[in-house]
Design a protein around this ligand. Structure first.
Ligand code: SF4
Length: 262
């Protein structure tokens, strides 16, 4: 494909993404990454004026270009952990599941998103966050210039709780060691917990998500950002909730880039 064709294709694809985001009420994007970006080079030079980032309108935003999201992982591989999980019956959630939803993404992702448990679509496909909430999560990830396949996505419990109820304490206790092993294997730069159950599982205490979201926490020395679950966003789709999640994700991106510069 010729260079002009490639450029036209990239522009069309960017327009589609921006149009999707605009339909979801997202009318600005964060400042593009400093990672070289073909279309970014064609955008207007950054004047460096304060407040430019926040007010940037979607029409003017450069195409999100994913920075490198990979880092070296530690000892135990995700495959080893999955193999150890096997055809797990460690808790009663095994009784109603179609299949285990272990998690997916890049094995050296620098950002890991943790939800609470699979829903119906995830149970059917074996993949995390593929229903409506998953589509929104994918858009949220794209809005900060990353691709879904560059991050890692998983849940606290790997089997669907009946009726999409919250996982119960003993179910979380049975499955949590596998989540923790996943996180130790990935050793990401940042963990993003989606909603209260995931946040309190990793923080080890009861939390109100409205109180802790947007405030940096820590899990085994890894910065952890609690934010709203996309399913909550779908239920409470206000300017404020959307703004809150996008603010949190921009903070996550800044943290990842800051660590990359160190
Ligand atoms: S939820 Fe976790 S511990 Fe329970 S059966 Fe499924 S994989 Fe095993």
């Amino acid at each position: 494909m010729s260079e002009p064709d490639q450029r036209d294709r990239a522009i069309r694809s960017a327009r589609r993404l921006l149009s999707d985001l605009a339909a979801d009420g997202i009318d600005y994007l964060p400042k593009p990454s400093r990672v070289a970006a073909p279309l970014e080079q064609e955008s207007k030079p950054d004047t460096g004026e304060a407040g430019e980032e926040r007010g940037r309108k979607i029409e003017r935003a450069a195409v999100p270009i994913e920075p490198s999201l990979f880092t070296a992982s530690s000892n135990e591989s995700l495959d080893d952990i999955r193999a150890h999980l096997g055809d797990c019956t460690r808790c009663r959630l095994s009784e109603g599941r179609t299949q285990i939803v272990f998690g997916e993404g890049h094995p050296e992702a620098r950002v890991v998103f943790v939800g609470e448990g699979p829903g119906a679509e995830e149970d059917r496909t074996g993949r995390p966050f593929v229903g409506r909430a998953g589509e929104l999560l994918t858009k949220i990830i794209a809005s900060v210039g990353w691709k879904r396949e560059d991050v890692y996505i998983c849940n606290v419990v790997k089997c669907r709780p009946p009726g999409n109820r919250e996982p119960q304490m003993e179910e979380v206790a049975a499955c949590r060691p596998f989540l923790e092993r996943q996180l130790r294997s990935l050793r990401p730069r940042v963990i993003v917990t989606l909603g209260r159950p995931a946040s309190q599982t990793l923080l080890g205490r009861s939390v109100a998500i409205t109180k802790v979201r947007g405030i940096w926490q820590e899990w085994e020395g890894i910065p952890l950002m609690p934010t709203f679950h996309p399913a909550y966003l779908l239920r409470s789709y206000t300017r404020e909730t959307r703004q809150a999640v996008w603010d949190d994700l921009r903070a996550v991106r800044a943290r990842v880039e800051e660590d990359s510069d160190a």
